[in-house]
Design a protein around this ligand. Structure first.
Ligand code: UD1
Ligand code: CA
Length: 452
């Protein structure tokens, strides 16, 4: 089947410069939750309207985009995407502001739709308070959906309501979508009116209304965030991950974590992040779009777009930025920043270091306070440090520069020229000792004072 997501609405109550559907839940824009769900079922199309350019920016390249301008109702939104509808395929309708719908629910909807060969199958639910929703009125195999503002006193009492999620037969939808009119309380073209044209429609009742909760304001945004968070953490725990304190742990929907890894408190893991087995992550760590191997440790650190191989240890208080690759058994200690740098097996940078645009070999020791000076105010330049090199503390490596295999750089050096292998490189002022000078100076000062 094909999947059409309606996301043209305004979302006034968000009180935002940005369209509602790009607001994030666990670091992922709402619309992307829905697009990813849709992709499990077929080709995805999205109807955008309000601030369309911003929404489009978040959509992956392989979805078709349809513009609805102005927004004249859900039926009108579907008309705007008429080219997307195929007569020989079913069409699943989703909303861009309903992010927590489960895959299993759509599977159930699809099963009923197929087995019963309905023209349209409507996902319904029974909320605590039905006001605001379209009421479901059934007559044999006919279904009428009466919008809240169009209900009479009798209809208002109906408790089963429309979720807005349906599967339509493409053929039925194409034959009937143009028939709807806007002669209703809101002067809108209602998609719900198409349902009434069918002689053979059905419903699937959803037990847990949370799944179809929409987001209208930022209070609901936070509520859904909390529900999504709990769901994800529970799934992880059931799959063998220890979450020490679920209350202070935030893990996004696209994160994978291996068995026996422990997530310590106050940790946030976002984006497409994959973490292996037997790792210790946190406390106080933030990891975004990164890949971490097995048996790694990340304590009190920021990690973004980084690859960390097996048995690596990071932190506390380090910042690994985009393009960092730490090979096996690397040790990154406290107050170390890395960017676009590859650090070879067993190499160490334990204290107060910046490595940018650097390629570091195996078994290298980077002393405390080492800085790669990779930027001249205009351009960035590379530094390479070959296997077994030893960089003395407080050295500046002015790029572009190459440090040869097995080389020792004396502490406090400013290195501006390449160093051949197995050398000692010293780039600092020669030390001068003036013997007795301090004592003579003190005596002179004492004399001057006693004459006063
Ligand atoms: C709609 C249903 C109602 C159902 C409710 C569930 C209709 C007429 N009514 O109500 O039966 O109980 O959903 O939440 O369909 N949208 C567009 N273009 C538009 C209007 C809406 O893309 O012109 C999108 C919105 O962005 C939103 C979705 O469609 O994602 C639903 O719109 P909303 O206004 O919330 O639905 P209602 O009309 O209140
Ligand atoms: Ca509305």
């Amino acid at each position: 089947m094909k999947v059409l997501i309606l996301a043209a609405g305004l979302g006034k109550r968000m009180k935002s410069k940005y369209p509602k559907v790009v607001h994030k839940i666990l670091g992922k824009p709402m619309i992307n939750w829905v697009v990813d769900l849709g992709k499990d079922f077929g080709e995805v199309g999205v109807v955008v309207g309000h601030k369309a350019e911003i929404v489009k920016h978040y959509l992956p390249d392989d979805v078709s985009v349809y513009i609805q301008e102005p927004q004249l109702g859900t039926g009108h939104a579907v008309m705007c995407a008429k080219d997307f509808i195929c007569p020989d395929q079913d069409l699943l309708i989703l909303y861009g502001d309903v992010p927590l719908l489960k895959k299993e629910t759509i599977e159930r909807l699809a099963r009923v739709h197929e087995e019963s060969e309905y023209d349209v199958t409507v996902l319904t639910f029974v909320p605590e308070n039905p006001s605001g929703y379209g009421r479901i009125v059934k007559h044999d195999a006919k279904i009428k959906i009466i919008e809240d503002k169009d209900t009479n006193e009798e209809q208002k009492k109906i408790r089963e309501v429309n979720s807005g999620i349906y599967i339509f037969s493409g053929k039925f939808l194409l034959e009937n979508i143009e028939k709807i009119r806007n002669n209703n309380a809101q002067k809108e073209y209602y998609l719900t009116d198409v349902v009434a044209f069918s002689q053979h429609a059905g419903t699937v009742l959803l037990e847990d209304p949370i799944e179809v909760s929409g987001v209208n304001d930022r209070i609901q945004l936070a509520q859904l965030e909390s529900i999504a968070r709990q769901r994800i953490l529970e799934n992880l725990m059931l799959s063998g991950v220890t979450i020490v304190d679920p209350e202070s742990t935030f893990i996004g929907p696209d994160v994978e974590i291996g068995m026996d890894t422990i997530i310590h408190p106050f940790t946030i893991i976002e984006g497409r992040t994959i973490i292996g087995q037997d790792c210790d992550i946190g406390p106080y760590s933030h990891i975004v779009e990164s890949k971490i191997g097995n048996n790694a440790k990340v304590v009190r650190s920021e990690v973004e777009m980084t690859t960390i191989e097996d048995n690596v240890s990071v932190g506390p208080y380090s910042r690994l930025r985009e393009g960092t690759v730490l090979k096996e058994h690397v040790k990154i200690g406290n107050f170390v920043e890395t960017k676009k740098s590859v650090i070879g097996n067993r190499s160490k940078a334990q204290h107060l270091t910046y490595l940018g645009d650097a390629t570091v070999g195996n078994d290298v020791n980077i002393g405390a306070g080492t800085i790669t000076c990779n930027y001249d105010g205009r351009n960035k330049y590379p530094t390479s440090i070959d296997d077994n090199a030893f960089i003395g503390s407080n050295s500046s490596l002015v790029a572009p520069v190459k440090i040869g295999k097995g080389t020792i750089v004396g502490a406090g050096s400013v290195i501006t020229k390449d160093v051949p292998e197995d050398s000692l490189a010293l780039g600092r002022a020669m030390q001068v000792n003036k013997e007795g000078w301090a004592k003579i100076k003190r005596e002179a000062m004492d004399n001057a004072n006693s004459k006063k």
